[in-house]
Design a protein around this ligand. Structure first.
Ligand code: ARG
Length: 247
């Protein structure tokens, strides 16, 4: 690709039009995962992860293209080589480690629980499985609810509502279709800003985010770790956190 300062965004999820090379990689992101990755009306990808990726790419001497992919299909897309890495707030989990390799951790979240403003629902009720909870399909909140509530017969599977992205779940919360939404704390803070929604607490899952690559792609993983090390040690890391108001 041409070495333009702005990385390209491919906005469709159709077959890849590009192939990776040692100096060009396709980055899988989520179009609605603010402030880590989002695609604006102009079709441009922005966010903490997107800017970090551009910094690392420049430092390590390669070009990138950002490709939005539905979250629950993002590991299959990586395995099928439709993308070369996932840089989109992916929690490092043992289950995912069986399929992909992760970079060193670069961010930590817990699971924030929110309800509609004025709702009497408590965190205990949510953790008891007695309310209808919404979150994103395939995310660690959905996995937590499955493992801790549904699989323990504390909650009916029908009370877990799954969405393509969490802003859609918050819309349903505001319109009263569901009782609570659980999601990565940093992202939830951003999604609920200005909405009639109240935080009722946190489930302490202590999740580390990492960049995911295919198992056999050790060369790329080395570049990503080297770049990430340098970025996190540079003043630009603090500046990026401030730019995206990371909490
Ligand atoms: N951290 C959670 C997970 O790994 C949610 C990530 C969702 N990321 C995204 N780009 N939508 O499952």
């Amino acid at each position: 690709p041409a070495s333009t300062p702005e990385a390209n965004v491919q906005t469709t999820e159709s077959a890849p039009v590009t192939q990776s090379t040692a100096d060009f990689y396709r980055v899988g992101i989520d179009a609605a995962y603010q402030p880590f990755s989002m695609v604006g009306p102009d079709g441009k990808a922005t966010g903490f992860d997107v800017d970090s990726m551009k910094w690392i790419a420049k430092d390590q001497g390669f070009e990138v293209e950002f490709i939005p992919i539905a979250w629950d299909g993002i590991i299959p897309a990586l395995q099928a080589s439709k993308i070369d890495l996932v840089y989109a707030g992916m929690t490092i989990t043992d289950e995912r480690k069986e399929k992909v390799n992760f970079s060193k951790p670069y961010w930590t979240v817990n699971q924030m629980v929110v309800v509609k403003e004025g709702s009497p629902i408590t965190l205990d009720q949510v953790k008891n499985g007695s309310v209808i909870i919404g979150t994103q399909r395939g995310c660690t909140a959905a996995i937590w609810i499955d493992e801790n509530l549904v699989n323990k017969s504390l909650m009916s599977a029908a009370n877990l509502k799954l969405y393509d992205n969490t802003p859609l779940a918050v819309d349903d919360l505001v319109s009263g279709r569901i009782d609570a939404v659980m999601y990565d704390s940093t992202v939830m803070n951003d999604i609920i800003a200005g909405k009639p929604v109240a935080k009722i607490g946190m489930v302490e899952t202590n999740e580390d985010f990492g960049i995911a690559v295919r198992k056999d792609d050790t060369e790329l993983l080395e570049k990503l770790n080297a770049g990430l090390d340098k970025l996190m040690a540079s003043p630009d890391w603090e500046a990026l956190k401030q730019k995206y108001k990371m909490e």
